[in-house]
Design a protein around this ligand. Structure first.
Ligand code: MOS
Length: 731
């Protein structure tokens, strides 16, 4: 067990739920024991677009154990009330089994429900669906786009026309899927008009609870969502997907609790993905590398029924100082399911492009890539004119260059060899928005001196169960092991989505607020109590350490919470702590980083190996350096995947995803991962939020892929602008 320091924040605590997870006792969505549960298996469309002409369920229904097969032929009409507070993008969400339209390959068209999983899966295969198929459109580069969202400052076209140096490139980042270990799953149970779901979700209240209430047209309080553990999500739990509705619908139709687990294959079209982009960028600079303009023409795939947007425009507006910026961001509706945020959403895609383009400019001008960035480093946010709450990107570059050994680099591409391998180094900047959503937390200090803190947030892996008690312990003056934190139940106080690197800022601040208030309640009770050794002391002179209140300058004068509450016959003190959300109108608030990569490229086979990576992060206060390292290494692994391996491939003939499995959708494995290291600038950003954090989970993926691409260029002299960079592209 890790030592229990007096101050927990900033110490490398192990996960308090680690033992539960490695012994299999942590219950994920499909693991919850529910009496009388039956099983659902979804039938997916085998055409990419068209109409259902017939659904023959006779063979399926004839099987033993099969309770029902539901399709648009027999499904009740569901209210599908609008839910503007959710993460549903603009458009009309997919309405399961409400009509005969097929909008994408793999769309759920029926569900079989049976008393065993095997019977449900067998029955689903026996459902005969006939279609009038149409030709789907799936190519983001060639399909017609929606009208763009635009941004302009200055006059980019004129600046480009007058520039000493002008570059124009098109980059094409591929579609990526999240591929979490835990598949999406729901168990749904009705009790009269009340629905309980055990669900995999990153947004218990505002997501799953409000969405199910809206879909079924019932009050929000009639839906209870339970989600204590999430086995990885990366953004894919930020919406409520059709299978959750299907489980609830099947439970209502059969009168039984229903368990529905998507297969690994179904995750590729039953939930979202990082959209493919076609991204043209133009740069204008002088010969010394001072940028005068950038122009961004951005095309991103979305579905035919919803327009999914993400923050892909922000980095181009604020990462570098220049007077002229022009952006046009168009979604391209295709016959695919709707995309969703995926780790570092928008920013990671923009960084692919901008940080590759900056490397191309550095090479063109024969300027060191770090020096080029320093020459364009803004003093204030160029998009808003606001001061930065903190921006220590220069320090990230200098610490990173020193620790990585950047100065040893021969700048000439293709200049370094190790046998058959060409060796290259590259770097990129990273940036991600610092935000915070309104949040509440219930804090209860018990008479036995322990505390229970509860908030309806999630923990998809960053370690929420561990980091929140660190905040609470310090604010209450307790050791971590006397604080228990519970999450993941809609009966707990609400929070915003567990995403966007906001959970520590939001939930952590609400917890700190609640714990501060409870600590002050206890101190007030003591100083007002004639039987307390603290009677009559100024409350501001009382501090709490390891559960004992004492006079700041006289540790002998005091008593424990336990003594105070027991003597006063108070079973507990409690309060709801709150956070109102981030305020963005006084400061420009972002986390920053500098990423360095060394690659080896086999000169005859085109294979790329990442030999080492270093990320240096300006991410505000680091609550738990051990968990931070887990985040940073995970982000780098994800970035290596995006740079070199990950690519969801669609067959243009029928819209089928041809690699919807973990054998053909390539992700890095241990053999691909060598020396990964992260450094955090010792920081605190009190303008960003009361606990001074800037968010870490997303930025650690941003900048990884372009640093690798830039290293591949340095190794080979070959610039690959389609991601992932594959061996065939390098040959
Ligand atoms: Mo993150 S993409 O908001 O889970």
């Amino acid at each position: 067990m890790t030592a229990q320091p007096e101050i927990a924040v900033g110490t490398p605590q192990s996960r308090v739920d680690g033992r539960l997870k490695v012994t299999g006792r942590a219950l994920y969505a499909a693991d919850h024991p529910v009496d009388g549960v039956v099983y659902a298996a979804v039938v997916d469309s085998s055409v990419g677009r068209g109409r259902i002409t017939d659904v023959d369920t006779s063979a399926a229904l004839a099987q033993p154990g099969v309770l029902t097969v539901i399709s648009h032929r027999n499904a009740p009409r569901l209210p599908y009330v609008d839910n503007p507070g959710s993460n549903n993008p603009p458009g009309t969400r997919l309405r399961v089994f409400q009509d005969d339209r097929v909008l994408f390959f793999g769309q759920p068209v029926a569900v079989a429900v049976a008393t065993t999983l095997e019977a449900a899966q067998h029955a689903a295969r026996l459902v005969e669906v006939s279609y009038a198929a149409e030709q789907p459109i799936t190519d983001v580069t060639s399909a017609p786009a929606n009208p763009p969202t635009t941004y302009a400052r200055g006059d980019a076209e004129t600046a480009l026309g007058n520039a000493e140096v002008r570059l124009e490139m098109t980059y094409r980042p591929a579609r990526n899927h999240h591929n979490p270990m835990e598949p999406h799953a729901t168990i749904a149970q009705w009790d009269g008009g009340n629905l309980t779901v055990w669900d995999k979700t990153q947004w218990v209240v505002g997501g799953t609870q409000t969405e199910l209430a809206a879909v079924f047209g019932i009050p929000q309080q009639s839906v209870r969502v339970i989600s204590p553990f999430v086995g990885g999500a990366f953004g894919n739990g930020l919406r409520t997907w059709p299978h959750t509705t299907i489980a609830a619908l099947a439970a209502r139709e059969t009168g039984r609790p229903v368990k529905l687990v998507l297969s690994r294959r179904q995750l590729y079209f039953g939930t979202g993905f990082r959209p493919a982009y076609d991204y043209r960028v133009r740069l204008a600079s002088d010969r010394r590398g001072r940028l005068s303009a950038m122009s961004h023409d951005i095309r991103a795939e979305t579905s035919s029924y919803e327009a999914f947007f993400e923050a892909v425009m922000a980095p181009g507006q604020m990462l570098y100082s220049m007077p002229n910026v022009r952006q046009a961001y168009s979604t391209v509706p295709l016959d695919v399911n709707t995309p969703i945020w995926m780790r570092g959403p928008g920013f990671a895609t923009a960084a692919f492009v901008i940080e590759s383009a900056m490397d191309e400019l550095a090479n063109e001008l024969r300027i060191d890539p770090i020096e080029l960035r320093l020459r364009n480093e803004p003093g204030e946010d160029p998009s808003s004119g606001l001061p930065f709450s903190t921006r220590r990107l220069r320090e990230c570059y200098s610490v990173g260059a020193r620790e990585f050994g950047w100065s040893r680099r021969n700048p000439r591409p293709g200049s370094t060899r190790d046998g058959d391998w060409l060796i290259g180094t590259g770097m990129a900047a990273a940036v991600y928005d610092t935000g915070g959503f309104p949040a509440q937390a219930h804090v209860r200090l018990h008479a036995d001196g322990t505390a229970l803190v509860q908030s309806a947030t999630s923990d998809m892996g960053p370690g929420t169960y561990t980091s929140m008690p660190q905040i609470a312990a310090d604010a209450l003056g307790l050791t971590m092991r006397t604080v228990t934190f519970r999450l993941g139940d809609s009966i707990m106080p609400p929070t915003g989505p567990h995403g966007g690197s906001t959970t520590m800022a939001s939930v952590g601040t609400a917890i700190q607020d609640g714990c501060d208030k409870v600590r002050r309640q206890a101190i007030t009770l003591a100083v007002d109590d004639p039987r307390s050794p603290l009677h009559g002391v100024d409350p501001d002179d009382v501090i709490v350490r390891k559960g004992r209140m004492h006079v700041k300058n006289d540790p002998t004068r005091g008593e424990t919470y336990q003594q105070l509450l027991t003597r006063n016959q108070r079973p507990h003190l409690e309060v709801i702590g709150t956070y109102a959300g981030a305020v963005h109108d006084r400061f420009s608030m972002f986390a920053y980083g500098a990423v360095f990569a060394e690659v080896a490229v086999d000169s005859r086979l085109g294979l790329v190996r990442v030999r080492r990576m270093l990320g240096v992060y300006d991410a505000g206060r680091i609550v738990n350096p051990k968990l931070a390292d887990s985040q940073a290494i995970g982000g780098m692994v994800g970035g290596i995947g995006a740079a070199l391996l990950e690519h969801t491939v669609t067959d243009p003939r029928d819209g089928r995803i041809v690699n919807a499995n973990l054998a053909d959708y390539l992700v890095p494995v241990n053999a691909d991962i060598k020396d990964l290291r992260a450094i955090y600038l010792n920081g605190n950003d009190p303008e960003a939020n009361p606990i001074g954090v800037k968010g870490l989970g997303e930025i650690v993926l941003v900048g990884i892929a372009p640093a690798i691409a830039n290293a591949v260029f340095h190794a080979t002299g070959r610039r690959i602008r389609d991601f992932p960079i594959t061996a065939d592209a390098l040959l």
